[in-house]
Design a binder for this molecule. Structure first.
Ligand code: HXC
Length: 291
C-alpha cells in the first residue's frame, strides 16, 4: 500500500450543484506531492495503479509540471510489487487537450534543442507494466500521443481524437506521426495530421486506434476491470508479453519472431509458467507469485 494517496480526491458539490473533483490531499503515503494529477490504487485487490490527470481549467493541457509528476507516479507504480497494471485517465470533458500551448508559445528552437524538450514525455512508453488509457472527451495533440504511448486505449462514447498541431503551425512531436500511422494506416493518419480534423470514438474503434468504446460513465471502471484482469496474471510474464508485442513495431517479422521465441523459452525459467501449466492439469486456478 506504499503508493496510495490517502485521500486524493473528494467529490464536492459546487454552488451550481455540479459535482467537481477537488484534490484534497496531495500528499501520498509515499511522500510524493502532486499538483496536477491524482494518484491511487484501485481494484478489489488494490493492484491497479490509477492516475487521473487533474488540470480541469486547462482541459488537462500537458504542462511541464504535469509531465514530471506523471513520470514520478509511473516510477512509483513500476517499483510497487502490488501493482500489476496502470490506468491513466482524465476527466469526462478531456483526457488531455495537448501540450500546454501557453507554456510552449515563446519557446525557441535553440531552447528545444539544447534542453532536449519532450525528452521526458515518452516515460509512459518505457513502463514495463501494462498501461491502459481511458479516454473521455478530448485527446488532442500531445493528449492523443500520450494515449497512444499506452498499451491499450479504451474510449468513452464522446471521446474525440486529433493531431491538430498543423493548425498551430507545427507538427506532432511526441510520436504522433509514427504511432498514429501504425495504428490507423497512412491515409487516415495523413488526413488527421494534415487537416487537424478530429475523429470520434466510433471512428477510432473502426480504425483500430482504440480497442473498446464504453458509455462515458462506465469507461473508467471498465478500464480498471481490464487492469485487474491483467494484474491477476504473472507480472513477470506480462512484461515479457508486452515486450514481444511492442517489438512488432520495431523489428522485421523474422527478428520479431526470434525475440518472441527467446521470450517464450524464457518463460520456462519462471515459477509462474510451471504454476500456470500445473494448475491447468490439476484443474484449479493458477496462483502466480511473479517469480
Ligand atoms: C493550453 C489550453 C489547451 C492547450 C485548452 N486550453 N487547450 N491551454 N494548452 N493545449 C485552455 C484554454 O485556453 C481555456 O483556458 C481552457 O483550456 C478551456 O478551453 P476552451 O478553448 O475555452 O474550451 P472549448 O471552447 O470547449 O474548446 C476546447 C478545445 C480547445 C477544442 C479542446 O481548447 C482547443 O482547441 N485546444 C487546443 C487543442 C490543441 O491544439 N492541442 C494541441 C496542442 S499542441 P482559458 O484560461 O484561456 O479560458 C501539442 C503538441 C504536441 O499538443 C507536441 C509534443 C508534445
Amino acid at each position: 500500500m506504499s503508493f496510495v494517496c490517502r485521500s486524493a480526491a473528494l467529490l464536492l458539490k459546487s454552488s451550481r450543484a455540479a459535482p467537481v473533483l477537488v484534490s484534497a490531499a496531495r500528499l501520498c503515503s509515499s511522500g510524493a506531492h502532486y499538483e496536477y494529477i491524482l494518484v491511487e490504487k484501485r481494484g478489489e485487490k488494490k493492484n491497479v495503479g490509477f492516475i487521473q490527470l487533474n488540470r480541469p481549467k486547462a482541459l488537462n493541457a500537458l504542462c511541464d509540471g504535469l509531465i514530471k509528476e506523471l513520470g514520478q507516479a509511473l516510477d512509483g507504480f513500476e517499483a510497487d510489487g502490488e501493482v500489476g497494471a496502470i490506468v491513466i485517465t482524465g476527466s469526462d470533458r478531456a483526457f488531455a487537450a495537448g501540450a500546454d500551448i501557453k507554456e510552449m508559445q515563446n519557446r525557441t528552437f535553440q531552447e528545444n534543442y539544447s534542453q532536449n524538450f519532450l525528452a521526458t514525455w515518452n516515460r509512459v512508453s518505457t513502463v514495463k507494466k501494462p498501461v491502459i488509457a481511458a479516454v473521455n472527451g478530448f485527446a488532442l495533440g500531445g493528449g492523443c500521443e500520450l494515449a497512444m504511448m499506452c498499451d491499450i486505449i479504451y474510449a468513452g462514447e464522446k471521446a474525440q481524437f486529433a493531431q491538430p498541431e498543423i493548425l498551430l503551425g507545427t507538427i506532432p512531436g511526441a510520436g504522433g506521426t509514427q504511432r498514429l500511422t501504425r495504428a490507423v494506416g497512412k491515409s487516415l493518419a495523413m488526413e488527421m495530421v494534415l487537416t487537424g480534423d478530429k475523429i470520434n470514438a466510433q471512428e477510432a474503434k473502426q480504425s483500430g486506434l482504440v480497442s473498446r468504446v464504453y458509455p462515458v460513465d462506465q469507461l473508467v471502471s471498465e478500464a480498471v476491470k481490464c487492469g485487474e484482469k491483467i494484474a491477476a496474471n504473472s507480472k513477470l510474464v506480462s512484461a515479457m508479453a508486452k515486450e514481444a508485442v511492442n517489438a512488432a513495431f520495431e523489428l522485421t517479422l523474422a527478428e520479431g519472431s526470434r525475440l518472441e521465441k527467446s521470450l517464450f523459452y524464457a518463460t520456462f525459467a519462471t515459477d509462474d509458467r510451471k504454476e500456470g501449466m500445473t494448475a491447468f492439469v490439476e484443474k484449479r486456478k493458477a496462483s502466480f507469485q511473479d517469480k
